[in-house]
Design a protein around this ligand. Structure first.
Ligand code: HEM
Length: 200
């Protein structure tokens, strides 16, 4: 059975709810003093994991659409991608406002102390570019270059779990699992990405 346009409409509605509810839940936890002993750390962790999990969801769409022969599913990618960007924006906003307290002078010091921040910043810059070019009007204007630019999401898929792995102090099992899943999801696109690799 194929998903109908009406089914797609409902699916998109469900996805909006699935991505917005955790943000409301986080706000509730923080406002009710239930965000652990270090609420700032809690918010950075929650939104960082939200961004990474949404990214995995976005990367899963096309293999699922192919496997189940549900082409319409591909139309959910923009929506999910924009939630990746939204979660990542909340993540860095929490870092800059609540952790760094807007002390820009300390940013360089922080980057030297925690170089994984640079990896996150590169990933975020790409997400920003992908989001601002995600509109149909821009897509049409960019022609072929649009797909080339949007293939950079696979670099984000490698940088984001590396940023996660590098940021943790001891517990490396969870970030290692994320790295493996992300590498598999990128590997599934090996044919599409082959043209970017040096030809032997
Ligand atoms: C300018 C961009 C970014 C900055 C400044 C930044 C900063 C940080 C900081 C300060 C931490 C907390 C590390 C700690 O002390 O425990 C962190 C963790 C994390 N970040 Fe980012 N990040 C950025 C981009 C991203 C992006 C684009 C993603 C995902 C798409 C992401 C996902 C994560 C994850 C999953 C964690 C681990 C959460 C934890 O276990 O606490 N970050 N990041």
């Amino acid at each position: 059975m194929r998903i109908s346009p009406r089914g797609l409409w409902w699916l998109k509605g469900g996805l909006h709810i699935a991505f917005i509810l955790p943000i409301l839940y986080l706000a509730y936890l923080v406002l009710s003093d239930n965000a652990g002993g270090d609420p700032v750390q809690y918010i950075i962790h929650f939104t960082g994991m939200g961004a990474l999990n949404s990214l995995l969801a976005a990367l899963l769409v096309s293999p699922l659409a192919k496997y189940f022969k549900q082409g319409l599913l591909l139309q959910t990618r923009r929506l999910i991608g924009l939630y990746v960007f939204a979660y990542a924006t909340l993540h860095i906003t929490a870092f800059i406002s609540l952790d760094l307290l807007f002390a820009w002078a300390f940013l360089l010091e922080e980057v030297i102390k925690r170089p994984y921040i640079l990896v996150g910043a590169v990933a975020y810059s790409i997400l920003l570019l992908l989001s601002v070019t995600s509109f149909m009007m821009v897509r049409k204007k960019m022609g072929k270059r649009w797909q080339q630019l949007h293939n950079w999401v696979y670099l984000v898929a490698l940088l984001a779990p590396i940023h996660f792995y590098w940021s943790v102090k001891s517990e490396i099992i969870e970030p290692s699992i994320y790295i493996v899943i992300c590498v598999v999801l990128v590997y599934l696109r090996k044919q599409k990405l082959a043209k970017y690799l040096p030809q032997g």
